[in-house]
Ligand binder design. Structure first.
Ligand SMILES: C[S@@+](CC[C@H](N)C(=O)[O-])C[C@H]1O[C@@H](n2cnc3c(N)ncnc32)[C@H](O)[C@@H]1O
Length: 206
């Protein structure tokens, strides 16, 4: 039933870019199941101000962009590779998402400090050793109840273990690993009053 939130033009690009990334040596992309989950998560959260760190050829950006367009929001995605950003921009245009998705070329460590935010949804999927650095740059730019998803927590478990431990120890955070695709760590920035325990749990426990 994804036809209601993904147009035929976007579907065509999801399939085309999905095929392209399977064929190329320089392309890594989330598997389709992660795309479906991220798409549904953005719809469920009614997120409007999306940020993606690590565009590559635009596969995950197509899934995210379609959901953000449905919500009336936007996606800012960035990547250090000029070749990939150029290809991703063309994919977003063919998908009819050029009014929703802006693809920026540049290093995350240079672009992130300049972004004003706030964002309410972030997908973190760039070079794994810098994951904590990017998280620290983006976390102050997140709205309360924003959700940040980090990819590869299962596939790169050893490399990301210290980052995951760091995130889970932060105050005002709910962070869980969902065994979807390469392992998605879903980190929610809590409201200040919930984080401080000021709310009666009965008000928000489902
Ligand atoms: C795993 S791929 C992203 C895949 C994409 N999210 C998808 O699922 O379609 C990681 C990307 O991070 C980019 N990257 C690596 N170092 C970077 C940096 N310092 N700043 C920005 N992007 C970077 C690479 O060029 C690569 O395209």
């Amino acid at each position: 039933m994804l036809e209601q939130t993904i147009t035929p033009a976007t579907w065509k690009e999801i399939e085309r870019v999905g095929k392209l990334v399977r064929e190329r040596d320089d392309a890594w992309a989330i598997p389709r199941v992660s795309g479906e989950f991220l798409h549904a998560l953005v719809l469920a959260g009614d997120f409007r101000r999306g940020l993606e760190i690590g565009t590559s050829y635009g596969y995950s950006g197509l899934w995210l962009g379609a959901a953000l367009r449905h919500n009336g929001g936007t996606l800012l995605t960035l990547d250090a590779s000029a070749v990939k950003v150029k290809a991703a921009r063309a994919a977003f245009a063919r998908a009819g998402l050029d009014g929703t998705v802006t693809a920026m070329h540049g290093a995350a460590e240079e672009i992130l400090p300049q972004l004003p935010g706030p964002f309410d949804f972030v997908f973190l999927d760039a070079d794994k050793p810098s994951t904590r650095r990017y998280f620290e740059l983006v976390w102050p730019r997140l709205a309360h109840r924003a959700t940040l998803v980090t990819d590869n927590v299962t596939s790169h478990a050893e490399e990301l273990a210290a980052f995951v431990a760091y995130v889970r120890a932060l105050a005002g955070v709910c962070s869980v690993l969902l065994p979807i695709g390469s392992g998605l760590e879903v980190t929610v920035k809590l409201d200040t009053d919930i984080a401080s325990g000021a709310l009666d749990g009965a008000d928000w426990v489902i």
